[in-house]
Ligand binder design. Sequence first.
Ligand SMILES: [Zn+2]
Length: 292
Amino acid sequence: MVAIGVDVGGTKCLAVALNSDGSVLDSLTLPTAAGVGVVEEVADLCVALALRVGQAATSLGVGMPGTVSRDGVVYLAPHLPEVRQMPMRELLSSQLGIPVVVDNDATCAGVAEWKNGAARNCDNALVITIGTGIGAALIANGKVMRGHHGFAGESGHHIVMHGGEVCPCGRRGCWEQYASGSALRRLANGVSGEEILLRVVQEDTEAQRILEEFASWVALGLFNLVNTLDPQVIVLGGGLGSSAVLRHFVADALGKQMPPSELRPPPLVVTAQLGHEAGAIGAALLGKEVIE
Ligand SMILES: [Zn+2]
């Protein structure tokens, strides 16, 4: 029995096959196909990976960027503009003849960290993915909070600056315009986040100042979420978010905005443990749940 999970990214699709104990058996990556061709691609990846591990796929989970309804309809995917209200779960399940789950990619990454990673055994956790944009998974009372449509966790579009920077969502001042990888690059006048983190380790004071300012924006959004959800732990993941250096700066900034007090103990801030495979692993775990 093998559960397959596919994480559809802006440039590549990563598929993983999970053993019955939840460990990764094998993985496969392909460049992301344009538009609705992505459905065929995900189906092909599932079949190819199952063949490679020599076992039939018993379920498929798919993580998609953007808004995905609770019944697996992809309403809007920022990197696939042709995809609009596409019934991805139905299309894949009739093509493959196995149970299929389709969910938001950040939700999938959050599920992976919650079940098998940094938020294991936590009933209330916030998993924030910081890369080009910001994604969030909200774990509340031992369940993934999905909301009425399934669109909960679009926290990157919380407004943190009235009339601020323009966001691709059409509004101004969204959190991800101040606290994502692209925001750090803008703050650093075009220098990449990776380079800034390196310079901070080399004790470059200008890079430290920039990262401190950036971390205070990250902490501002986290503070709002802490007030809403009261998590035990905040997991920072994603390309930029998984950095131990950034975690240190963010925990420090959150401590300043939310001074430690025995009357209001602050949540732990930790880095994600499952790396770039988190989204695909979480998707596979969600697919597996359906048949258990
Ligand atoms: Zn926005």
